[in-house]
Ligand binder design. Sequence first.
Ligand SMILES: *Cc1c(COP(=O)(O)O)cnc(C)c1O
Length: 433
Amino acid sequence: MNTRAFRPESLMMSYGYKPELSEGAMKCPIFQTSTFVFRTAEEGKAFFELAYGLRERGEKEEIGLIYSRLNNPDLEILENRLTLWDGAEDCAVFESGMSAISTALFEFLEPGDTLLYSHPLYGGTAHFITEVLTKFGIKVQAFDAGEDEAAIMADIAATGGRVAMIYVETPANPTNVLIDLRRLRNIADRLSTPEKRVLVAVDNTYLGPLFQHPLHLGADLVLYSATKYIGGHSDVIAGACLGSRQLIARVKTLRTFLGNMAAPWTGWLLMRSLETLKPRMELQADNAQKIARYLATHPMVAAVSYPGLLEESDGEQYLIYKTQCVGPGAMISFDVQGGETEAFRFLNSLKLIKLAVSLGSTESLVQHPATMTHAGVPQEEKTAMGINGSLVRLSVGVENADDLIWDIGQALEQIREKTSAGQTTGSLAVAGV
Ligand SMILES: *Cc1c(COP(=O)(O)O)cnc(C)c1O
């Protein structure tokens, strides 16, 4: 047979776009239009019948364009391209990661249901779960990223919650703790009834869409802040939700009524970004691997957390990494020797790496979780999770790896110099200074 299943990276420039429908334009134009003209009244009627689910779609019938809150070529082509990486049947794109997450949670949870979620989660998601969902009569229950199946089942039995969804982030932000998705599927199956399947939803922003594919590991829904790797240039806010045709149809219906779909310009920017997704993410991961190795041997660094540093001696975390992830990603967390003062001295001394939250972009970004992204987490929880004053989170970009290592090295030297000029600390004694 003279056909071939092309890899996603080969299809990112063309998939789902027909030049003949756009005056032969090589690139998909920005369809900056709110509404679409029907050729005939009959066609308009047929489009609405499908949009409202009044009848089944015919064999060769295409879903017609009606109005840009429902669909738009920039949105649909982008969604089709995004499905390729995760092997999803369908995708819904949103104006932010938070709108993708909040819409999916609202669609699949009802008053009286329990949402079981991993801890720590992205701050915005954690706030939405504990402060917003609970106002609608949804019960919420957390488990620690490292907790085993028996402990999670015992917690659920103790509260007697009717679990409808398990929601996780793996690797966890900022600790990089990995959660076994196959085990979660197992828990979800044990809690499912013949009438109701317990859904597993995974925020795959940290490793996806290149290095982890939760739908292949038993998840029902994958969520993204497309602001991060998918956008990849720190210039657009967007989000996505992927899964089966049936589940995404429900997500898209709620999106139609909340009106939080991505606009044409956002769709166009993300399509442009997707063309370089693979080379960007691969280079970022290569750079991160080099930096993580450098940090691990540096005397001013107390500890480094990065999936690419896991070894057999790390036991279960190593096994999860080997069976679940295709690559290590580009997010590194590390503790400098000392505390907040030393961490701040490091952050303030960087010359190339920028001090900003967000991640996954072409430029390297660094931030201080304890006082920035995780400032809202109660102190005892921060301590339990290892989010200490000494912890720094680094998102590695596409710069030259040696330049990044030089920058990190000279900033770490600033801690050493300032500290030796002042009092000697216990950690410095360990570091042999
Ligand atoms: C940034 C982020 C979000 C929120 O996405 P926005 O695009 O900022 O709305 C959700 N989850 C994770 C893991 C993130 O990093």
